[in-house]
Design a protein around this ligand. Structure first.
Ligand code: HEC
Ligand code: HEC
Ligand code: HEC
Ligand code: HEC
Length: 419
């Protein structure tokens, strides 16, 4: 059957598609499907995706975590009876489908963050996607989420790894003991660990993958959603106070002993809270080698945000920044060439930017380390040139409370010397 016709006959309108059932990870787990113990070669995909997800990844344990001692303590402090049945926790720690009519026979909450959290409700694509002549585009029409789109991929991850109006992460949750959230598209994809291989047939069926582009699209998406969170009436404030998780944590959580203040520069503004601009500023470094004029226009908007925020009315600065991120910046990063020379230049920009801080905030240091690993995967895939230096940079991040900015800068300087 010609594909178009097949598509046209079976595609349901978006409203109906949004009603597709979640079939449960067990549906994908047969050893002939995605539950092979080792990778296989008979089909285009590895077929051991379920095994990788279940045995090696945190996502399959995300629901179980809600019954451990830490979760009990967190829930207790927040006045929640049982984390494992609380909406608040389940939204991010499971494939959460409150509407029981949309749960397939094998749907289980205990699957945690299951296949369908990322790939979409499988009811309509489950059967067709195994057919010999099925295509990625055809499957997408049946409700498979297009994770080949880096923007879409980042959006899906960020629902849980940054939070939004529907799935909120805030300072109350963090204060009760929840880990601070951070995210970088390429690094987190590998840490999952990834269960797909970008080989020749993948590129032919789907698209090539460039870790430099992935990094920048991830940063643009995270920055854009960060701006949306600041703007949100639900998320931006806590009563009369701003929402504290939107700021650099160690603006407040640093020791007042040991003459801490003598060591820091405070960038000319001591005693002032600063928005967590880690991804907003990384975007600027990524833009410089691609389009210097756009990069400086963009940097001006980021600076304008900081002053506008301090003066109490940031609405229009936030709106302008969001328009630019979602418009000119997004279209550039989707179409630009990320060849090795350009990506190496991005590494240099990130390094120069980081060492220009007398003492970079921890969140900036963390994002620059992840930038180096993502970008170097494109320019130095074997790791022979830069890996040792990057490992030393990561070593400097191990102790958040005792983070030593000077030592960190020295490690970045050493990498920069090699670039
Ligand atoms: C906005 C999404 C979100 C919400 C809401 C959320 N979590 Fe999490 N949680 C995460 C993510 C993402 C991680 C992993 C963070 C990382 O390691 O980068 C995590 C990690 C954790 C961990 C640490 C897990 C480990 O393996 O050490 C615990 C414990 C936890 N969450 C408990 C809870 C509880 C209890 C609730 C509800 C009160 C909750 N979470 C609500 C997203 C969320
Ligand atoms: C945390 C998100 C996430 C979860 C959970 C997840 N995947 Fe994936 N998966 C991805 C991403 C991202 C890709 C890469 C983009 C793509 O090829 O579609 C991918 C790719 C794949 C591929 C494509 C490989 C190829 O060569 O085309 C298969 C098959 C797959 N996943 C199966 C599964 C199965 C089965 C599960 C559950 C056991 C699962 N995934 C759980 C995010 C996820
Ligand atoms: C439905 C919510 C959800 C989505 C969507 C999601 N995650 Fe997660 N992720 C979690 C939770 C919750 C944890 C912590 C689970 C645990 O510790 O057992 C986690 C843990 C992780 C970890 C381990 C972190 C660590 O510190 O070890 C990585 C890496 C990760 N996720 C990557 C991704 C990527 C990449 C995507 C998008 C392709 C993604 N996640 C999408 C909820 C989600
Ligand atoms: C505007 C200042 C401010 C910012 C910014 C801020 N916090 Fe807090 N934090 C506080 C205050 C105030 C408390 C309550 C202390 C108390 O109860 O004694 C607190 C409590 C906490 C606690 C509970 C344990 C403790 O130290 O008392 C944790 C954990 C925490 N914050 C983590 C974070 C993280 C992570 C971030 C960044 C995402 C952050 N905070 C951002 C001011 C801040």
């Amino acid at each position: 059957m010609p594909l178009l016709l097949f598509g046209a006959l079976t595609v349901s309108p978006p409203s109906a598609e949004a009603q597709n059932k979640y079939m449960g990870a067990a549906t994908c787990a047969s050893s002939n499907c995605h539950g092979s113990v080792g990778p296989r070669t008979a089909t285009n995909v590895l077929q051991n995706e379920y095994t990788t997800w279940y045995r090696h990844g945190a996502h399959s344990q995300a629901y179980n975590v809600l019954s451990n001692a830490d979760s009990k303590k967190i829930a207790g402090l927040l006045g929640i009876k049982n984390a494992a049945s609380a909406d608040l926790c389940l939204k991010c720690h499971s494939t959460y489908v409150p509407n029981k009519a949309r749960r397939g026979r094998k749907y289980r909450l205990r699957d945690g963050v299951g296949c369908e959290s990322c790939h979409g409700a499988a009811e309509k694509y489950l059967r067709p996607h195994t057919a010999k002549n099925s295509t990625h585009a055809g499957n997408v029409k049946l409700g498979l989420i297009d994770l080949v789109s880096l923007k879409k991929r980042a959006e899906i991850c960020l629902e849980c790894h940054q939070g939004n109006d529907n799935q909120a992460m805030n300072h109350r949750l963090i204060g009760a003991g929840h880990p601070r959230l951070t995210y970088e598209l390429d690094t987190y994809g590998i840490l999952q660990p990834n269960h797909w291989e970008v080989d020749k047939d993948y590129v032919k069926r789907k698209a090539p993958y460039n870790s430099g582009r992935a990094w920048l699209v991830g940063q643009v998406t995270r920055a854009s959603e960060m701006v949306a969170n600041i703007r949100s009436k639900k998320r931006g404030r806590f009563g009369a106070m701003p929402e504290l998780s939107l700021f650099y944590c160690y603006n407040c959580h640093h020791s007042l002993k040991e003459d801490q203040w003598k060591k820091r520069s405070y960038q000319g503004r001591p005693g002032v809270l600063r928005l967590n601009r880690s991804s907003l500023l990384m975007v600027a470094q990524g833009l410089k080698p691609l389009d210097a004029a756009l990069a400086s226009q963009y940097e001006a908007k980021v600076s304008a945000l900081e002053s506008a925020y301090a003066s109490g009315n940031a609405d229009s600065a936030l709106a302008e920044l969001k328009t630019m991120l979602d418009g000119a910046v997004s279209s550039l990063v989707n179409t630009a060439s990320f060849k090795k020379s350009v990506v190496t230049q991005m590494m240099k920009e990130v390094a120069t930017f980081t060492i220009a801080f007398p003492s970079p905030p921890y969140e900036i240091a963390e994002q620059s380390a992840m930038a180096f690993s993502a970008l170097s995967a494109t320019v130095d895939p074997s790791g022979a040139k830069y890996q040792k230096r990057i490992d030393a940079i990561y070593d400097g991040l191990k102790d958040e409370e005792g983070f030593d900015p000077k030592a960190y800068i020295a490690a970045v300087r050493a990498l920069k010397g090699n670039l």
